[in-house]
Design a protein around this ligand. Sequence first.
Ligand code: MLT
Length: 406
Amino acid sequence: MKINAYIARMNKAYLFADIARRVAEYTAAHPGQDILRLGIGDVTRPLSPHVAQAFSKAALDMGTPEGFRGYPPYEGYDFLLDAIIEKEYAPLGVKLTRREIFVSDGAKSDTGNIQELFSPDTRIAVTDPVYPVYVDSNAMAGRLGFQENGVYPRLITLPCTPETGFAPKLPDEPVDVLYLCSPNNPTGTALTYEQLAPIVRWANAHGALIVFDAAYKAYITDKNVPHSIFEIEGARTCAVECCSFSKNAGFTGVRCAYTVIPEELTGLDGDRPVSIGALWRRRGESKNNGVSYPVQVAAAAALDDTGAREVRALVDGYLSNARVIREGLEKAGFTVFGGVNSPYIWLKTPGQMGSWEFFDALLSRAQVVGTPGAGFGAAGEGYLRLTAFNTPENTQAAVDRIVRAF
Ligand code: MLT
């Protein structure tokens, strides 16, 4: 058989798999060293008690004749869809119906899979730096051409720099799909209402789709930052929104997420408008069998009053770590961004060091793991991402070690 050359000719490894391998090699060569991990955005605090109890009770119910359930509904149980509508969107003034919400195992899967709905010649634009999944998934489908010297010939990149607060400039060439992430992974900055509204207007004017990754919305602290793109007028005709229970409720290991696709959102089959939600439903029903009952019960518990309170405490704990990193490094003379509406801190490398050079130096001189900015795109060169997801003690220790070592 012939393989998919678009996958075969990609970078050898996914960014975070590559880093895990490098750290494993370092650890094997330096046994006994205490490594502090501020690399991948993986949570460290346990599930909240209320969520864990709901999760385990639902698992036990599955072991009884009355409580047993087989295949879940493809797009999610009504109790979870209703909780999302009432607890996540109604307070924002955003009205959704059950049919507009699609429960899944992860925002990573959803942002990676959504490209299956696009034609092969769709022109894709991403911010630079960018969460690599949007690029990799389109590259695997052959939509970006073969990478040459690290550049995909058919990918449109919108460089994001400190000068614009890492907000993208609108594309000046034709674009069909724009991926946006706010609060942003990796820069840790967030788009304000004023920054997002013109992008929505541009998308409607040009018939473009915005894939809006809102996985970090729980971290928003500024009043001028929207929690959903659907707070912006006109977004229902140009956007889908991907959300997750991973980074707020600590579900990186449990796996539950959802994507919102408004009923009126369409794409074109020739001249004929086709519902994006109907396509996503058709695709999903052939490829998935939904998310397990105990996981959806746990997700709904994370949204009820007790759960939301406990989840808020988890997020506040990580935000407090973010403040420790931001303020500690700033005081020591580093240039840092993010960490106010996000668990990510985007750190300028000291002394013009390259991203990977700084990653290596950080590991060998401070035994701290970060993520090199260059791994997120060319505009990430000269930066390194740190996460606030470790414990308060490890976070403080990592800051102290970085300050001492550089
Ligand atoms: C991140 O650290 O950016 C993500 O959590 C990693 C991933 O989703 O692969």
